[in-house]
Each structure stands twice: as C-alpha cells, then as structure tokens.
Ligand binder design. Structure first.
Ligand SMILES: Cc1cc2nc3c(=O)[nH]c(=O)nc-3n(C[C@H](O)[C@H](O)[C@H](O)COP(=O)(O)O)c2cc1C
Length: 443
C-alpha cells in the first residue's frame, strides 16, 4: 500500500491528522464527516502505528491507485474478471523481505477502532482473510469484519460465501488463515469481488496490474500474502469455536444483530516500523464502492446478455450501492423494461428496487429518474412485485431469514408510442440568451 499512499501524498490527496486522537469513536467520527477525503492519522492514542482511512472514498483515488484512467474502473475490472491471469504472482519466502517486527500476534499494538457507540467493541474492518481452497494451491480472499475478543482472538462475521463454504468442505474444521491489512489497491479491490468458487482473487489482482503481483509466503502456513502489505496476522479459523459477534453498524448505517460466529486465533504477526493500519468505516462512500462494484459487474453482465439495448446502471449511493438500481435501456421490444427488471433481480439478490428508464434518461440524475416516473410510469401496467425472494441479511426490514419482497418500476415508454408527448421540451439558445447566461455563470 506504500506506493499508493505516496501517490496520494504527491497529489495532495492524503490529509494528515496530527492531533492526538482516540481510537474510541473519535477517528470514525472524523472519517465519516468527510467521506471522500483520504486521511492519515499520525497520532492515534495507544499505538505507535499510523492509521489510514477513507483511502478509496473518492473513486478517483481508487483509479489512481490502480493506475487506471478516470471513468475506466468498471470496464477494466470486467476485463480482468473475464480473463484472469493463470498464476497468482511472483512468490518469495517472507524471510527475504524486510519486516521490523516478526513475532507473537498482539492486537493491542494496532490502532484498532471502535466505530459506533453501541457496537460490541473494537473491530478490524479492512482485514482480508486469505485461506487455501481445500485441496488447492490457490487462496481465496474475502473481507470480514472481526470483533476483537482478546489480544490474539477475533470473531469473524461470515456470510454464506466462500470462506463459509470452505469451512463446510474442509476435512478439518480448523485450518490456517492469514489476515492482510493494507495490501496494494489491486488486491484490496480483487478481494471485494465475488468470483466463482475455486478462482483465486490473486489471479484477478494479478491481471489488474502491469507487473506480476509480489507475494510472500506466510510464516506458519503455505498461504501467500502480498509483499507490499502493511500488516500481516497469521493463525487459524476454527468453525467449532464460536463466539458472539455484533452488534456492528454495517452498510445501511444500522446496527446488525448479534450472531454466533467462528473464532480466529492469531499466532504470528508482522509489520514494519512505518506500517500504516487501514480502517474502513461501515456505511461510508468507500464501503458502498466495494460492496456495490461486485453487484454492478453481475448485473451488467446479465443485462448485456438479456437486453440488446442496455445502456447503463446506477446502483444508488443512498442505498449503499447495493439495494436500489436504476437501469437505462433503448427498447427494441415492449417487454425489455420488465426483462431488464427481472434480470437485475436474478443477478443480484440484495436488490429490492429496480427502476427501468428509457435511454434518454440519465440513470445517475435522480431528478430525471423521478421525472420519468412522474411522466412515463403507470402503476397498473408498469409495476412488478415479487414476494418472498432472497434478500440480504444487511437489510433490517427483511428480518432474520433475509427474505424480502422486491419492487420493479418500469418507467419506459412502449416502443411504438409517439414520443412527442413524452420528450422534454427545450428552448433553442439564441446568441443573446447565450451572452446573458454567460454573464450569470461568470458572476
Ligand atoms: C469493507 C468490506 C467489509 C465486508 N465485511 C464482510 C463481512 O463482515 N462478512 C462477510 O461475509 N462479507 C463481508 N464483505 C463482503 C465480502 O468480502 C465480499 O462479498 C467478498 O467478495 C466475499 O469473497 P468470496 O467471494 O471469496 O466469498 C465485506 C466487503 C467489504 C468491501
């Protein structure tokens, strides 16, 4: 992550916080107040390590970190997912790399935060868990919030995805994991993606860069971790040792409930004297970016296959980039609006609301979207209502079972409809008007 921090610094986009500040609610309060500002806290009470937050709060920071031109993120990631590299990167022995501290795991040395007052305690929020797929030489990477239970134990929240699946498949219910904090941006991004089971996120990360990913082996297992990680923790996850995890404020900004979750016991830890601990405050723009992107890829893929006139989607920021989607299409068939809605729901189970609009409506302009609803939508013909479908455990209204109803609003016009009555009237700008407007703009 060092190189990324340096490039942010060089652009004046890393805001230093020099005041002595408490990890108990104060850091999270500052970070959530300016969510698009990457910050470096230089003096967090109780730790000698610095802390970085909101690093990817602005999408341009993520593109800078990845070396992508602005506005190319989705296309570049789509390419890498479709065509990942064969190998995971260049692997060396960790002893050959320069760590200042290699020793027993001790979480009290890290500036771990408590983010919200009624949370269960201090949480690692940007930790990526690396574990070998059973019987494979490749690692799965996934983010898990981890509640600190003691200086070497955490309870990790596992939704039913790959790590959870690995726990079911593994012959031993206890297996090694490494926790990566502060990896290079391409690994951070890849770890958030929802790839097919068995495909390592390292293969996508490798493809996202111009040089092979530098990896090092863990000290006590054969798990590879990025050489340019700020902090690495190593130990094992035990699916038979469970602890209370939560409450924790998640994507929606509401408290997620208490559940019994697997415990990770940490044995070893390594970092450098200038290592920077990374935190993500839940429900911020940064969190929505990484929760929304994997859904965006799945929805775009489904729409590209099912609706020939598909133009674009907006997973709205206020829904955490996760629950509400606006899809814009050029209709070729009167069924395209509903087909688009159904395919969005099928591609991304957390979605609760999909609004389909015509290609002349910008899905990112919510005022225009509402205008399309006001002028092109009729509830008796354009409404889709599904009951009892799979939802997300992050939605407090869907209850413990994460079963939800889904609403589709088709605000597209019939193909053969005379569009004259539905197009926004414009006024031609005369040279005089242009001059008057210019005057307004310059004042
Ligand atoms: C900041 C952040 C925090 C996350 N927290 C969790 C979590 O606590 N538990 C979880 O199961 N998934 C969490 N996720 C989602 C998973 O990391 C994500 O779905 C990932 O792709 C799963 O990896 P997998 O496809 O290899 O299972 C989080 C994602 C991000 C970006």
């Amino acid at each position: 992550m060092k190189e990324f921090l340096s490039s942010l610094q060089a652009k004046g986009s890393l805001y230093p916080v020099k005041e002595k500040i408490s990890p108990n609610l104060e850091v999270s309060s500052v970070l959530s107040s300016f969510q698009d500002r990457a910050m470096l806290f230089e003096n967090v009470e109780g730790s000698s390590l610095r802390l970085a937050g909101n690093l990817y709060g602005a999408r341009k920071n993520l593109e800078l970190g990845l070396g992508f031109a602005p506005e190319t993120l989705v296309r570049r990631v789509e390419e890498a997912v479709r065509n990942p590299s064969n190998g995971k990167g260049h692997l060396s022995d960790f002893r050959k790399t320069d760590w200042d501290y290699v020793g027993e795991a001790d979480l009290s040395k890290l500036p771990i935060l408590k983010h919200f007052a009624n949370e269960a305690g201090y949480y690692l929020t940007a930790g990526i868990v690396a574990a070998r797929f059973p019987g494979s030489e490749f690692e799965n990477l996934s983010f898990h919030r981890m509640l600190v239970l003691s200086k070497n134990k955490v309870a990790a929240r596992l939704v039913p995805r790959h790590l959870n699946q690995m726990g079911k498949e593994a012959s031993q219910k206890k297996f090694p994991v490494s926790i990566i904090i502060g990896p290079p941006p391409r690994v951070f991004l890849a770890a958030s993606l929802q790839l097919e089971y068995g495909l390592s996120e390292y293969m996508v990360a490798n493809k996202l860069g111009t040089s092979p990913l530098e990896l090092v082996l863990s000290e006590i297992s054969d798990i590879a971790v990025p050489a340019d990680s700020e902090i690495v923790l190593e130990g094992f996850i035990n699916f038979e040792e469970l602890a209370d995890e939560g409450p924790f404020v998640d994507l929606t900004g509401t408290y997620d409930e208490v559940r019994k979750q697997p415990v990770i016991t940490l044995q070893r830890m390594r970092y450098r004297a200038d290592s920077v601990y990374q935190a993500v405050v839940a429900s911020t723009m940064e969190h929505s970016t990484f929760m929304g992107l994997p859904q965006e890829l799945k929805i775009r893929d489904a729409l590209a296959k099912s609706v020939p006139g598909f133009r674009g989607i907006n997973l709205t920021a206020s829904s955490g980039g996760y629950f509400h989607c606006i899809v814009s299409i050029d209709k070729g068939n009167d069924g395209d609006g509903k087909t688009a809605i159904m395919n969005c729901f099928a591609a991304s189970h957390p979605l609760k609301l999909v609004i389909a609009v015509d290609g002349d409506v910008d899905p990112y302009d919510l005022k225009e979207v509402e205008w399309a609803l006001a002028t092109r939508f009729q509830a008796d013909s354009g409404l889709v209502l599904l009951k009892g479908a799979r939802g997300s455990s992050l939605d407090p209204s869907s209850g413990k079972s994460a079963v939800t109803s889904k609403l589709g609003l088709d605000a597209t016009l019939p193909v053969k409809k005379d569009r004259g009555a539905f197009e926004k009237a414009t006024i031609k700008i005369s040279p005089t008007v242009e001059q008057v407007l210019k005057g307004f703009k310059s004042n």
